[in-house]
Write a protein that binds this ligand. Structure first.
Ligand SMILES: Nc1ncnc2c1ncn2[C@@H]1O[C@H](COP(=O)(O)OP(=O)(O)OP(=O)(O)O)[C@@H](O)[C@H]1O
Ligand SMILES: [Mg+2]
Length: 252
């Protein structure tokens, strides 16, 4: 069995006095793609943000429970946030390249991590853009503003940016829902390729997408994890009736 990279134990999160997560227990294994699915508002993005402490940036949140990354408690006061977000990167629904050149977008995280060696940065920029399958589109335009590319291209640039610091885990929050079908399927292909080297945790509303590319699926509802397991098994024979109803489009 693959090694567990992230382990969440009894995670509860409240915004003010609204409890959005009611005690989530879920583990993620190395070099697998886990899909988080469930109706709108069930807490998928909230849970995803807990995994690299992006919720720290939202006022008035309280979190309890424990999240271990590589065996370390990420909510411990000793945790170095820059380090954590280098190891656990993130890609959002709307492509969010910074308003500067493609090159500088990819180099950004490396420079933040203190890398100064120009050759190393050049090499990583090229390698990451290749991994995200966008190198051919941008190699002659590395100086062009990253926001001056198509949505699908921008999303690949964001994936390359996340990969540049060699994270262990990449969190993706509906990474293809703002894209056209062709760009979406290209990104799916890329993720399938990349999961040999990285661990992905991806929120998606697209059940076909979850069944095509995820190894495991976790189904959330109203702030609870209803069930989690191997994707094929869950799509063929889920444990719970409610999961089956959701997967069959009876609500949600
Ligand atoms: N910053 C916030 N402040 C207060 N409540 C929030 C905040 N962000 C989310 N919530 C609430 O927490 C609950 C879970 O929201 P969350 O965004 O995690 O759901 P989701 O499953 O990602 O939904 P969607 O599929 O629509 O993106 C919702 O009731 C939402 O209104
Ligand atoms: Mg969401």
């Amino acid at each position: 069995m693959r090694k567990e990279v992230i382990s969440a134990k009894d995670v509860k999160l409240s915004y003010g006095n609204f409890e959005a997560l009611h005690g989530i227990n879920l583990n993620f294994r190395e070099k697998e793609l886990t899909a988080l699915i469930g109706p709108s508002g069930c807490g998928k993005s909230t849970f995803l943000r807990c995994l690299n402490r992006m919720n720290d940036d939202i006022e008035n949140t309280t979190i309890t429970g424990e999240i271990l990354f590589d065996g370390q408690d990420i909510y411990s006061p000793k945790m170095d946030l820059v380090e954590l977000r280098k190891d656990v990167g993130m890609v959002f629904q709307q492509p969010t390249p910074f308003p500067f050149s493609v090159y500088n977008n990819i180099a950004y995280g490396l420079r933040l991590a203190g890398v100064k060696d120009k050759d190393l940065i050049d090499q990583r920029v090229e390698e990451s853009l290749k991994q995200a399958a966008i190198w051919n589109d941008v190699k002659d335009n590395l100086d062009r503003n990253a926001q001056a590319f198509s949505g699908g291209q921008q999303q690949r640039i964001c994936i390359a940016r996340a990969l540049a610091v060699r994270p262990k885990v990449v969190l993706l929050d509906e990474p293809t829902s703002a894209l056209d079908p062709i760009s979406s399927s290209e990104i799916e292909e890329t993720l399938l390729e990349l999961k040999q080297s990285y661990t992905f945790i991806m929120v998606t509303h697209n059940l076909q997408q979850a069944s095509r590319i995820s190894d495991r699926t976790a189904f959330f509802m109203n702030g609870d994890l209803i069930e989690a397991g191997p994707t094929e098994q869950m799509f063929i024979a889920p444990d719970k009736q409610i999961t089956s109803d959701y997967l069959n489009g009876r609500f949600g």
